[in-house]
Design a protein around this ligand. Structure first.
Ligand code: SF4
Length: 646
């Protein structure tokens, strides 16, 4: 049995901020009878409700699991510090928002990490839940703590706190895991927790860190990562969902009770991206491209609106304008919803005039959301290095089209700190922005043209060609951005028309530590949490000094330090902490792509751009043969089906 904590929680709700976020009962949420099922999951997004509720990954798994009559899934989110105080005072454990059951009562506790900066929130949730923080201390009564999401492609920094991790698409694998748990429970739980974890590990679906030993060389690098039991696979493979049309989720989108970061229904129109941008972990680890068909997109949009009442629909993917039938999708949906309150958005960043055509379709209902383009690099040289094949003429042509179609504002997204970057590359952003404003004024004859430049710090990520790169130190990042800001401000003619958004470089260094760290980094995370670290993705909660102090304490007496993990370039022979986790990408292919980037940095014509394998012969990145997958794209030549009668 599991008893709701709500009777204890409710009297305290008036004393915390936004209490509605802890109440549950959202439209399309599910509460099942505890005793009627065999396997129970608590699913957590390790951030506040306002960020966690809209998360597609959690919503999809919640629905996929709850569709099975023998499985129950409930949701949990990170609680704000005021609620944490209340829970500690009243000994209320981490709970689910659906039936307010203690997370510790479930068989599995699944946490989806989009960013590594959520790690301290994992530790806080475990502590509040009364689940021993270290996996080795857990008993048969504790749930299996299992991580997923993009950060799980290198879960080593949190390996000590996890029982397991899953790489890649979750839809099928959560069901496979549930089957293993059901069978083991049905047999009377033979061998306890250890046997369950062994069964999960040998199923080749799940990485169980404790079944792998890591040894270190005298210089601090990893010597080897090897299984410590028979039958445990040397490498754990990612999961790839094929035929997305068979998995049209979320079909019952959750409607939030409190304000959230996205108030819309999102339909993922394809998964994966093969444009080959060298900095992009999402693109690399989600290969190959798998499209949803136009009919499925149409019926998901219709069904989602009908069941949720949302008036905004976002067509999601890593580069939505690349769907082979996006013109038909855009035109068909714009026709279908013309004159209604439904608005459509395409959060796409491709730089070409075709995007303007799509944006025009989507603004037929009168709403004009901002147009964002992502050249990413400030100079032509930099864009060659990162394999972002956008030249200045393309960008100017695109913004000219946008301004002449009535847009008054465009946003441009860039990164600072890319490998081989110089001050001049970053100052090139100012040149580009002034040319954009000048073009806008010229094509419209107006002066109220705006361009917002948004800049993020580059963090090298595992499973990308830049996984070996030195991260730029935060002092140089901040200095380059200050130079850029000064140049923009000093420009009397155009400076006032250019908005400038950037963050300081320090959180990026900690994200870098957590992204490319190994198991020794776990001690730092725990130190930070013990020192009060929570919600590190929020600037008002993040403390760089706390992370630096914790790194010094935790790594004292070792060969490594914060700089070693971040601003150090790695060599070809170094064993990387995630080498035993198989994203399908061939390591030698990634290395030669990294070498190509360096060659192009010195001579832009040294090596041709890497094209998108959707439209060129295969580049042999390794994913399709290794994962037994294939590109699934149209055009299908089909059409959007008319609305069914409700
Ligand atoms: S194996 Fe070839 S076709 Fe498949 S994702 Fe890699 S480059 Fe593209």
């Amino acid at each position: 049995m599991s008893t709701s904590v709500f009777p204890r929680l409710e009297p305290r709700l008036p004393s915390v901020s936004k209490p509605i976020q802890y109440v549950g009962g959202e439209l399309n949420s599910t509460v099942k009878d505890w005793a009627s099922v065999d396997v129970r999951w608590a699913l957590m997004y390790p951030d506040a409700y306002e960020v966690g509720l809209p998360n597609q990954g959690v919503q999809i798994l919640y629905e996929v699991l709850n569709e099975r009559d023998w499985i129950l899934a409930e949701r949990s989110y990170a609680v704000w510090p005021d609620m944490e105080r209340v829970m500690r005072e009243d000994r209320i454990p981490q709970f689910t928002v659906d039936a307010h059951r203690p997370v510790r009562d479930f068989d599995l506790f699944g946490i989806s990490f989009s960013t590594e900066l959520g790690y301290t929130n994992l530790l806080n949730a475990l502590d509040l839940a009364g689940i021993p923080m270290h996996a080795v201390d857990r008993s048969d009564d504790d749930p299996v703590v299992i991580a997923g999401g993009h950060a799980a492609f290198n879960p080593e920094p949190i390996a000590d706190f996890l029982d397991a991790a899953v790489l890649g698409d979750g839809e099928e694998v959560v069901l496979a895991i549930s089957e293993v748990v059901r069978e083991w429970k049905g047999e009377g739980e033979p061998g306890g927790r250890d046997e369950l974890l062994r069964r999960l590990a040998v199923s080749e679906n799940v990485y169980v860190p404790k079944f792998y030993d890591v040894t270190y060389a005298a210089d601090g690098t990893i010597e080897a990562v090897v299984p410590n039991r028979p039958s445990i696979p040397f490498r754990v493979r990612k999961h790839t969902l094929m035929d997305l049309d068979q998995w049209p989720y979320p079909a019952k989108p959750l409607v939030p009770l409190a304000e959230t970061v996205h108030e819309r229904f999102s339909v993922e129109i394809f998964r994966g991206c093969t444009r080959g941008c060298r900095f992009c972990q999402a693109g690399m680890i989600t290969r190959p491209v798998r499209e949803r068909s136009i009919e499925t997109i149409g019926s998901m949009v219709e069904n989602g609106i009908r069941r949720s009442g949302f008036e905004e629909v976002g067509l999601l993917s890593l580069s939505s304008a690349d769907h082979t039938e996006i013109a038909e999708v855009a035109h068909g949906l714009a026709d279908r919803y013309e004159g209604t309150n439904v608005s459509l958005s395409l959060p796409s960043t491709r730089v070409d005039a075709f995007n303007i055509t799509l944006a025009n379709e989507f603004s037929r209902n009168g709403r004009r959301s901002g147009l964002t383009f992502a050249p990413e690099g400030g100079s032509e040289r930099m864009r060659k290095v990162i394999n972002k094949a956008v030249n200045e003429d393309d960008l100017i042509r695109t913004v000219a089209a946008a301004y002449s179609h009535g847009w008054r504002q465009v946003k441009l997204y860039f990164m600072c700190g890319l490998p081989t970057e110089t001050d001049e590359d970053v100052l090139g952003i100012a040149d580009l922005a002034t040319k954009v404003i000048a073009t806008g004024r010229e094509v419209t004859g107006r002066n109220d043209i705006r361009c917002t430049v948004s800049i993020g710090g580059f963090v090298p990520k595992p499973h990308t060609p830049f996984q070996w790169a030195a991260q730029l130190d935060h002092e140089t990042t901040d200095d380059r951005l200050k130079q850029l800001r000064d140049v923009v401000r000093a420009d009397k003619r155009y400076g006032r028309a250019i908005g400038f958004r950037y963050h300081d470089g320090r959180p990026g260094i900690i994200e870098g530590l957590l992204s490319r760290g190994d198991r020794r980094v776990g001690r730092i995370i725990e130190e930070v949490w013990r020192d009060g670290g929570r919600f590190d993705g929020w600037s008002e909660h993040f403390s760089y000094d706390r992370w630096v102090a914790a790194s010094e304490r935790a790594l004292a007496g070792t060969e490594v330090d914060l700089d070693w993990y971040t601003v150090r370039e790695r060599g070809y022979d170094e064993v990387l902490p995630w080498d035993h986790l198989d994203s399908g990408l061939d390591k030698d292919w990634l290395w030669s792509d990294w070498e190509d980037a360096l060659a192009v940095a010195a001579d832009p014509d040294a090596v041709p751009d890497v094209e998108d394998c959707r439209w060129t012969p295969c580049y042999d990145c390794g994913v399709c043969p290794e994962m037994h997958t294939e590109i699934q794209i149209g055009p299908t030549g089909r059409e959007l089906l008319p609305l069914s009668v409700v």
